[in-house]
Design a protein around this ligand. Structure first.
Ligand code: PXP
Length: 239
């Protein structure tokens, strides 16, 4: 068993499909093959604008997948209704801005704090484990605990960007280490994700107490060159 679980995010299989309004490549096929090749869970983000994954994908994947499904959603009434019906094993609540290219930062936990608390309570009661996608901020980790999230997912976008550009990443790494230390002390399960590559996953996998990485864009891109199976196996070996 690897120490860190690998969640394979297949959103960008749907991005390629939707770019031509076609029925291929199939996110369901990607999910089932990822499961076969050793993914520990599958992550999909159902966005308000449905730019990649849609409800049909969600239903098909949920009904056929044997490993846990991690559904990323914004904190809205629409998504609450869908998540309640589908009951995925994990739900990661993420911020969403209409014009962003991708999820640009962590949640602002103070804005909508009471609504988030209510949402977490309802979704936990419904059988899902709830994660909050946040920056490596000690303040946000305390709030995540206060509003009774099960897990946090640390946004690794900044450090991955610095690593890719060969810039210094020590400060960001220290911030993440401190955040992980506090979250672990508070008993939160710790996930991390966004922008991870083979190189950044290797650096971050040295931090004790991170139990899951969610990786999508780089992994799907790398699959073009080495195949999905090799990309998953390589990540599993690194982490
Ligand atoms: N984790 C969360 C919460 C995300 O929203 C995303 C996608 O934006 C990822 C992980 C995966 O990021 P990437 O596709 O850059 O690997």
């Amino acid at each position: 068993m690897p120490r860190i679980r690998l969640g394979v995010n297949i959103d960008h299989v749907a991005t390629v499909r939707n770019a031509r309004g076609e029925i291929y490549p199939s996110p369901l096929r990607a999910a089932l093959l990822s499961e076969k090749y050793g993914a520990d869970s599958i992550t999909i983000h159902l966005r308000e604008d449905r730019r990649h994954i849609n409800e049909k994908d969600l239903k098909e994947i949920k009904s056929k997948l044997k490993i846990p499904l991690n559904l990323e959603i914004a904190a809205t009434q629409e998504m609450l209704k869908i998540a309640k019906k589908q009951k995925p094993s994990f739900i990661c609540i993420v911020p969403e801005k209409r014009k962003e290219i991708t999820t640009e930062g962590g949640l602002n936990l103070n804005y909508k704090k009471h609504f988030l608390k209510k949402l977490i309570k309802i979704l936990k009661k419904n059988g899902s484990r709830i994660s909050l996608f946040i920056e490596p901020s000690l303040k946000d980790i305390r709030v995540a605990k206060e509003i009774q999230a099960d897990c946090i997912e640390i946004h690794t976008g900044k450090i991955c960007n610095a690593i890719n550009k060969k810039k210094s990443y020590k400060n960001e790494l220290n911030k993440i280490k401190k955040a992980v230390g506090l979250a672990s002390h508070l008993g939160l399960e710790i996930h991390a994700g966004h922008g991870l590559t083979f190189e950044s996953a290797k650096i971050l996998s040295k931090i004790k107490d991170i139990s899951e990485f969610n990786i999508g864009h780089f992994l799907v891109g790398e699959s073009i060159f080495i195949g999905l199976k090799s990309a998953i196996k390589k990540f599993k070996k690194i982490i």
